[in-house]
Ligand binder design. Sequence first.
Ligand code: GLC
Length: 624
Amino acid sequence: MVDDDTTFGLRMDRYGPELVSGLRGAYGDRAEALFTRLTQALRSAFDARPNDLRVLDEARLLTPDWLQQPDMVGYVCYADRFAGSILGVAGHIDHLESLGVRYLHLMPLLKPREGDSDGGYAVADYRSVDPRLGTMDDLVALAATLRARRISLVIDLVLNHVAREHEWAARARAGEQKYRDYFLIYPDRNEPDAYERTLPEVFPDFAPGNFTWDDEAQGWVWTTFNSFQWDLNWANPDVFAEFVDIICFLANNGVEVLRLDAIAFTWKALGTDCQNEPPVHELSQALRAALRIVAPACALKAEAIVGPQDLIAYLGQGKHFGKVSDLAYHNSVMVQLWGALASRHTRLFEVALSNFPAKPASATWATYVRCHDDIGWAIGDDDARGAYLEGHSHRAFLSEFYAGLYRGSFAKGLVFQFNPVNNDRRISGSLASLAGVEAALAAGDDGQLADAIARVNLLHTFILGFGGVPLLYMGDEIGTLNDYAYIDDPDHAGDNRWVHRPILDWDLVADASADPSSPAGRILAGLTHAIGVRRTTPQLHASVESRVLPSPDSRVLVLTRDHPEGTLIEVYNFSEDVVELPVYVLRDRLGTHVTERISGYEYSLEPDTLRVRPYQPLWLTAKA
Ligand code: GLC
């Protein structure tokens, strides 16, 4: 008989050493005491784990690659903007199922502060739900309903900061030393000024500087993001212990994936930019090990929107290989997709992907075209040089292009956070508006519209074909345009990221399903079809990596996925030109007879070139 003591003991044997080593890396000789304390907390959480979730644990232990399978598709939405409330989401599962969704990220839904809460990223209570959306019981019920339909619930775990209104911050202000030590509060400007010398600003427009004077706290509080988001002091082991409790609480309520918000910022070190510091990875290793002990069904996803050279560490490099987050956003692919579309040139994309270190086979990218945030041009200067570009001017070109300022640009985006110090201009805008649908509809030009829709389908197909969990952002499936009405809401008006966070138009969803020839219908049909093809394409299992094949044509990107069941070669035309692509690069690997899986057509590669239509994606395998 395998009893709880045995199971818990086996998990401690397996993950205890990873937990201790992470704690030692972050807390040095304070690690052992913390470990002893955590062991008790983990055992209590393990004992409290409901039976249905224990069954899920067993199932996941038998299917460790659950996030990597080719039928894994993610969808990201705000519960209220999607369905009014948490319980409302259950009424729209059919739509998710029709897209093949198996992973549902509901944007911040834990109780935020009143008023502007940075879209819910200023959490006032991690153990209750935003009352406008429902209750914790609703969330538990929704998680169970989703699980019964093979959809995993994903929510945000905001780690770097809490709302100024969170109990810890209130007690810190009331003078309790224990809680003052949860934060970074300085009596004068000496330390803040010393840190500021090397700190960038995340929101230079509406939250300049990284410290905020607080009268009640009588000090300068570290606030990387908005002044109402108080950074936590992760160098304090008590903060770690609090978050282990929170993680276990959420996991035991049915959450299956936790998105580690702004994780790159959690560790501060004087003289650095306080992002991606090595202890960040010690902390993720320790958090993951703790979660595995209690709830092995659950996974962690790193939200580290950082430069390409820093990104791979979030999936585990060196001693952390295979031991940190299970998933991480592939910010670099997202940026390169937009870069290639604007420039009709794939050289930089090739260089960036080729320079990317290999990921652990067990870890998985989250691939995405858009999310709720702005697009920042995270392009490495070395990568740019490798593509004969100058990083700064190329980034400036992309900002101008997507702000619609560049001559001939098809995009309708808004500049987010102009930073006069480095001329950095990030971009807000919905997928369809950035890809040209908005401009084409306004111009009433069918040719432009066809190109714009083809761009949307190209990008969607790319994130389905790259390997990883493709994340569809709510509304993109029907080509939702920018929503300029955000200006009318005083809590949103100052933050133009709300232009691409509209309320989902269910009438348009219905129309798109009913009429596949409408613009929304063409986008939805293209996406749904590609998802179906992906599901039956074993080469798209995420343990295999996409590798660049040097393209014979600079407008086209060519990727290969070398899978034991045969190679898949993907061809993406990033231009509005018909490209006659020399086939030698394909023929060498696939032979002369190939199947194009998206169209189902068979092609002969005997002629020397293959015709690739404007913005066409091709997924080619050898003909069986
Ligand atoms: C993450 C979120 C973003 C938020 C920030 C601060 O980057 O995606 O929306 O503003 O963290 O929590």
